[in-house]
Design a protein around this ligand. Structure first.
Ligand SMILES: [Zn+2]
Length: 232
């Protein structure tokens, strides 16, 4: 009996793979497309390293499961789940060059303890459901300005920026077409609700919160990635 297994690169999904010697008696492979070295899933003895398990872990992370739930359900160590989150390097590119309206709003989160509040301020495109730019910081003009610089640095164009009437928005967006009013930010408010259901660290009225700032930001960015690229 001959069994054939098609190998795909865990990083770029290419099938342009060659053998690359043995590591701890297991066949090692090299991806010609991105130079990633890996051991095939079929040869792995530790199921936590299996690419399907990692995909599943990430989907659970962006679907409201906490680190401890994932560890318990998948029978994988807590540190492996945390490491999977820590390893994520999410880079989001704008999907369009022009956005008719970008809604901007704030969303509170906290890290370490409940009184240590951290604001997420972000730009959202209602028609496509895309999170275009974001910053985390204090609830002040500097954080809003930081978002403003990020939006400008993306090289995109927009028809108008829609916000509520918080005075910091007025100050930061004075040199662009800025529309103020609750009517214009209904899309982003709906998305705030989505975030508070999808990200365990953002659940309301519970004792869930992040201990580490880095993991906090990574958990949000991972959720943004899944929302933007259609896996939500
Ligand atoms: Zn690759």
């Amino acid at each position: 009996m001959k069994i054939q297994i098609t190998l795909t690169c865990p990083q770029c999904k290419s099938t342009n793979i060659v053998k690359n010697g043995k590591k701890t008696k297991k066949q090692n492979y090299l991806c010609n497309a991105c130079s990633r070295q890996f051991i095939g899933d079929h040869a792995l003895s530790y199921k936590g390293a299996h690419s399907n398990t990692i995909t599943l872990m990430m989907r659970m992370l962006v679907r409201g499961c906490g680190i401890r739930d994932i560890s318990d359900i998948l029978n994988i160590s807590l540190s492996k789940v945390l490491k999977t989150l820590e390893k994520q390097q999410v880079v989001l590119q704008p999907k369009h060059s022009f956005y008719d309206k970008l809604e901007i709003d704030e969303f509170w989160t906290y890290v370490g303890k409940k009184r240590h509040k951290l604001r997420l301020i972000y730009a959202y495109h209602r028609a496509s459901g895309e999170i275009v730019a974001w910053v985390f910081g204090k609830r002040n003009t500097n954080t809003v300005r930081e978002l403003w610089y990020k939006i400008k640095a993306l090289g995109i164009k927009w028809g108008g920026l829609l916000t509520d009437n918080w005075k910091r928005f007025k100050r930061a967006f004075s040199d662009t077409h800025h529309v103020i009013g609750k009517e214009g930010t209904k899309g982003i408010e709906g998305n705030n609700c989505r975030l508070s259901h999808r990200i365990r660290r953002a659940f309301r009225q519970t004792c869930c919160f992040s201990k580490k700032m880095e993991n906090h930001i990574k958990a949000f960015e991972l959720a943004f990635y899944y929302i933007n690229y259609g896996h939500s």
